[in-house]
Design a protein around this ligand. Sequence first.
Ligand SMILES: CC(C)(COP(=O)(O)OP(=O)(O)OC[C@H]1O[C@@H](n2cnc3c(N)ncnc32)[C@H](O)[C@@H]1OP(=O)(O)O)[C@@H](O)C(=O)NCCC(=O)NCCS
Length: 172
Amino acid sequence: MEVRKARLQDAQEIFELVNSLSGDGTLLKRQFAEICENVRDFTIALSDTGVFLGCGALHLYGPHLAEVRSIVMKPGAKGKGAGGRVLKALLKEAEEHGIQSVCLFTRIPDFFFKYGFRTVEDKAELPDKIFKDCQSCPRLHRCDEVAMVRGKIPKTSILGQRQVARQLVGLS
Ligand SMILES: CC(C)(COP(=O)(O)OP(=O)(O)OC[C@H]1O[C@@H](n2cnc3c(N)ncnc32)[C@H](O)[C@@H]1OP(=O)(O)O)[C@@H](O)C(=O)NCCC(=O)NCCS
């Protein structure tokens, strides 16, 4: 198995796999243009024969925070260690950027517990994520995802204030 940074030639397979799980809300829907624009965020796993197995992305908010997004393996590739290897590569990438805090929203916290993530009770503690995705999400007030962070919750934010995020998610 090989785990490496994605190239533009991988964008079509990433697009198809990510959107195959966007219908039920497991992953956020992504436009092809958005995948191409952000393809350098992605890391992919390939079989020994070069077959695409899956992907994950690291989005950089700033020096204070990054987010793991769009992590998904093809159904036939699950349970063989590829997802864990992609996640570790994304965490290493965050470290190389000097970022101590990595967040994500998920329905499968048990997978992420294994890699040092813990749950965050108040989603507004991650205002950057609220402003980037949640405020335009149809499930904003019936979100069934768990917020998680690895490292400290950052005190600063870059896309908006914590207090406004709190109002958006309806906690004050
Ligand atoms: C989550 C996902 C990426 C994991 O990839 P994978 O290749 O199957 O995972 P791995 O084989 O590397 O498993 C690594 C470890 O995590 C565990 N694990 C895998 N999926 C898990 C899950 N859904 N819940 C809890 N633990 C899980 C494995 O048992 C393994 O544990 P071990 O090291 O103690 O043996 C994959 O199941 C997937 O594509 N799921 C659907 C998309 C999804 O929900 N993505 C998350 C969005 S936030």
